[in-house]
Structure formats: structure tokens, C-alpha cells
Design a protein around this ligand. Structure first.
Ligand SMILES: CC(=O)SCCNC(=O)CCNC(=O)[C@H](O)C(C)(C)COP(=O)(O)OP(=O)(O)OC[C@H]1O[C@@H](n2cnc3c(N)ncnc32)[C@H](O)[C@@H]1OP(=O)(O)O
Length: 262
């Protein structure tokens, strides 16, 4: 995504953390347009009709954008290479044994590298930078409705190859639950500000135990899973097909029914 200007005075280093305040302060229509255009490509790639990311949405959110860009000295243009949008969300999660967990989790909400630059290490650079800034480890990341490419990326680059799909279409990794399991039979204490529900949740006919997740997440707003944010379903055939939840279900069924992809 090209901008015919030197963005160094505006953006600074080639890997940059843009929180809502910083994005608001940029006050540069060229940068806003370039970020929005890159986010449109991301949406196109996932066959979404509406981009998950725009500068306007970012300014009014609590998400953070990690952006990779570079200045081409010869052509005197700046190029936006890719971005990751993350946010901390309260999530309700199940592990493979159907134990429940709740807490605030770092979530990868949108992740894209320009098609001309993919598989050159940019995505890994962005996530490494994001992990260092967020003081998080790869196993602590939840993926919102991940693509097969992203699951392959997490497996290959971070050794995260035991995804646990959630019914909200988030994916977390088994290592997250392992890190929370009881040590010597002693359950770890919940983080500050959290309390254990008075009664365990009942699922179907069985009972589940509830545990605390130290860094936790919730559903995606666009899918209507965020608390108190219902979204009417688009019932048209096009709407159903381009519905991200529908795609995720199809992807999940495909992944679960086929041999491991990596
Ligand atoms: C929560 C969400 O945002 S889900 C949506 C995730 N985004 C997408 O699927 C959009 C399309 N893909 C992309 O934008 C990019 O490929 C990203 C963001 C997933 C990764 O960025 P890149 O700069 O390509 O990553 P990087 O170069 O660091 O690592 C490449 C690895 O990603 C995976 N990968 C990237 N592209 C592909 C592909 N076309 N096919 C299979 N694996 C791929 C592989 O593991 C690859 O490793 P390899 O090249 O050694 O085989």
C-alpha cells in the first residue's frame, strides 16, 4: 500500500504500535487512507464484505494496531507492508476436557501482510514485536476466526499446533490451559478483579468445572458475540456465504475432517 510521501516524521520506526490515541493524533488523511486500503485487502482475502479494521473504528475502540511499513529512498514513497490488530477481551473458553475458563485474553482480531510481501518474514516480525510490547507469549494469544494460513503460520513459526476451537470461533492453544492447570493439586488463584461464579455452568446434560484464566477474551462484535451487542443475522444467500461465522464453521469442519495440514 503506497503513499507518495516520506512517512518517517509521522510514523517513526518501521514497526510501530498505534493505539487509538496515537491513531487519532496522526491527523494524516494519507496514512488513514493507506491503513484503510490495506484493511480492505485483508477483508477481501477473507471474503468479508465489510473490513474488520478502519482507522475510524480503531479510534473508537480499545484495540491496538501494529503496523509494518518502509520508506523507499529511491522511489521516494512509503509502503505499508502489513498489520496486526489486537485487543484484550474477556472470553469464556473450554479446554479439550470441557472445563470452562474465563478471563481477559489477548486476541488477534485482524492480521494481514500485503500479498506482494507475504512469506518474507514480515508477519513474524509484526507478531514478535506485538508480543514484546504486550508482554505476552504466543500461547497466550487467542485467534479470532483464524484462516488456515494463520493456523499454519502459528504452527510453523511458534510451534502452536494444538488449536482448541471455541464455539465463538475463537481459537486458543492447548498450552494456554496447560499454563493454568493446578500445580501439585493446588489450583492457581484467580487474577485481581475476578471472582468465581457462585454455581458452575451447566452445559447440555453434564456439569463442567470452572477455572480462571489469567489472561483472558469474548466473542467478536461483528459476529454479535460481544456481550450486550446483538447483531441481526444477514439471511440473504450472499450474506450467509460472506458471514464470517459461516466460513469459520466450514473451515473448522474441513480441518477437523481432514488429515493434519502441517
Ligand atoms: C485472526 C485473523 O486475522 S485470520 C486472517 C489471517 N490473515 C490471512 O489469512 C490473510 C492472508 N495471509 C497473510 O496476510 C499472511 O500470509 C499472514 C499474515 C498470515 C502471515 O504473514 P507473512 O508475512 O506471510 O508471514 P511470514 O513470512 O512471517 O511467515 C510465513 C509463514 O506463514 C504461513 N503462510 C503464509 N502464506 C501462506 C500460504 N499462502 N500458504 C500456506 N502457508 C502460508 C507459512 O507458515 C509460512 O511459512 P513458510 O513460508 O516458511 O512456509
Amino acid at each position: 500500500m503506497q503513499v507518495n510521501a516520506d512517512l518517517r516524521p509521522i510514523l517513526g520506526p518501521q514497526l510501530v504500535r498505534l493505539d487509538p490515541m496515537r491513531i487519532k493524533q496522526l491527523q494524516d488523511p494519507q496514512v488513514y487512507d493507506a491503513i484503510d486500503s490495506l484493511a480492505k485487502l485483508s477483508a477481501h482475502c477473507l471474503q468479508l464484505r465489510t473490513p474488520l479494521t478502519t482507522c475510524e473504528k480503531l479510534i473508537n475502540s480499545d484495540s491496538t494496531l501494529y503496523l509494518s511499513w518502509k520508506y523507499d529512498e529511491e522511489e521516494k514513497v512509503s509502503r505499508l507492508l502489513g498489520f496486526a490488530k489486537v485487543g484484550r477481551k474477556k472470553l469464556f473458553l473450554y479446554d479439550a476436557q470441557m472445563q470452562t475458563y474465563e478471563g481477559e485474553v489477548l486476541c488477534l482480531l485482524d492480521f494481514y501482510v500485503h500479498f506482494s510481501t507475504q512469506r518474507q518474514g514480515v508477519g513474524k516480525q509484526i507478531l514478535d514485536y506485538m508480543f514484546s510490547q504486550e508482554h505476552a507469549e504466543p500461547y497466550q494469544l487467542a485467534l479470532d476466526n483464524p484462516s488456515v494460513t494463520l493456523l499454519g503460520f502459528m504452527s510453523q513459526k511458534y510451534g502452536m499446533n494444538r488449536p482448541v476451537w471455541q464455539n465463538t470461533n475463537f481459537v486458543v492453544f492447548d498450552e494456554l490451559f496447560q499454563s493454568l492447570s493446578a500445580e501439585n493439586g493446588v489450583e492457581k488463584s484467580p487474577p485481581d478483579g475476578w471472582r468465581r461464579p457462585m454455581t458452575p455452568r451447566r452445559l447440555g446434560t453434564g456439569m463442567t468445572d470452572t477455572r480462571w484464566l489469567q489472561h483472558a477474551v469474548s466473542g467478536h462484535q461483528s459476529k454479535g458475540n460481544a456481550m450486550a451487542a446483538p447483531v441481526d443475522a444477514d439471511m440473504t444467500p450472499q450474506g450467509a456465504l460472506s458471514n464470517r461465522a459461516h466460513q469459520a464453521k466450514a473451515r473448522k469442519a474441513h480441518i477437523l475432517s481432514s488429515k493434519p495440514l502441517w
